[in-house]
Ligand binder design. Structure first.
Ligand SMILES: Cc1cc2nc3c(=O)[nH]c(=O)nc-3n(C[C@H](O)[C@H](O)[C@H](O)COP(=O)(O)O)c2cc1C
Length: 273
């Protein structure tokens, strides 16, 4: 495969493509850039950076890239408020989320950065209310036992989740998925060692984009831990392909309330050398 093609008439031999290539697969000679290896991670940087659209890459074709006239940069206050106002939403309207909206959300999540551009995160989306209730039920069953053992026993999680479980057993309140109308479950191949890391960046993108299409989200750590433990009753509900594993979970729905203030956090701690 001819990895790199260069339009010699357009190429100004600036060498930026080689400079930004993270794997050093592009070299330069008097004729301009050329592939000097095959270890290309298809990140698309060489094509995206070229000021004269002279370079194409078989693994990241120019035809699939969108030309940017101007990258919008939020002013510092807007950006700070945008990031700081993201909230975990746990109270949802009783309103179904159209699958098109979930598709739109995930179509942004998939652009998050991944280790060596490995990507590899797929999504199982559950929007059937009975299945969601079953997931909560089995996660509670799992948590009841798991909390008595390490690493949970004796931690603040034990007290916190035990109170939730008591609540669920008494009132049926969905303390795991919060009656969210939709659960997004990222799944990755069991051999992808960076699957969890890639997942959390993709979920961060989804969480930050969600309000722009009217949605609220919350990460489902307890569901995630239950799945990671290999709890059979949960895996029987999910029916994943043999090679895939759960690496996270995200409740999605329309927020019932609007937050009025930005919250504070612990003071910043930095060590300078
Ligand atoms: C790894 C992780 C796991 C989490 N698990 C849960 C969970 O199981 N249930 C839940 O209601 N919130 C969960 N959250 C949301 C946190 O509780 C929330 O981020 C935190 O309280 C701060 O609130 P904020 O997201 O609104 O800023 C999780 C968040 C992270 C990052």
């Amino acid at each position: 495969m001819n990895l790199i093609q260069v339009d010699q008439e357009k190429c100004i031999k600036c060498g930026i493509c080689a400079e930004v290539c993270p794997t050093g697969v592009i070299g330069l000679d008097e004729n301009g850039p050329k592939a000097i290896g095959q270890f290309c991670i298809a990140c698309g940087h060489c094509v995206a950076i070229c000021p004269s659209a002279a370079l194409d890459n078989a693994k990241a074709p120019l035809v699939n890239q969108i030309a940017l006239k101007r990258v919008p940069v939020l002013d510092e206050d807007t950006a700070a408020i945008f990031l700081r106002s993201r909230r975990s939403v746990r109270e949802f309207k009783r309103k179904v989320v159209a699958r098109e909206s979930i598709q739109q959300l995930l179509n942004i999540a998939r652009f998050a950065q991944t280790s060596s551009n490995s990507q590899g995160v797929s999504y199982l989306v559950i929007d059937d209310s009975q299945t969601l209730s079953s997931i909560t039920a089995v996660t509670v069953d799992w948590a009841e036992e798991a909390l008595k053992q390490p690493p949970w026993a004796g931690t603040p999680y034990e007290a916190h989740l035990t109170a939730h479980i008591v609540d669920y057993r008494r009132t049926g309140k969905d303390v795991i998925l919060r009656d969210a109308p939709c659960l997004i479950i990222p799944i990755v191949d069991k051999n992808l060692t960076v699957g969890k890391d890639n997942t959390y960046y993709s979920l961060a993108y989804a969480e930050l984009y969600a309000p722009s299409i009217g949605l609220g989200t919350c990460i489902t750590g307890f569901f995630d831990a239950c799945a990671a433990s290999g709890y059979k009753p949960l895996l029987e509900i999910l029916k994943l392909p043999e090679n895939m594993q759960v690496t996270g979970g995200l409740m999605v729905g329309y927020p019932k309330y609007t937050y009025q203030r930005l919250v504070d956090r612990n003071p910043l701690q930095v060590i300078w050398r």
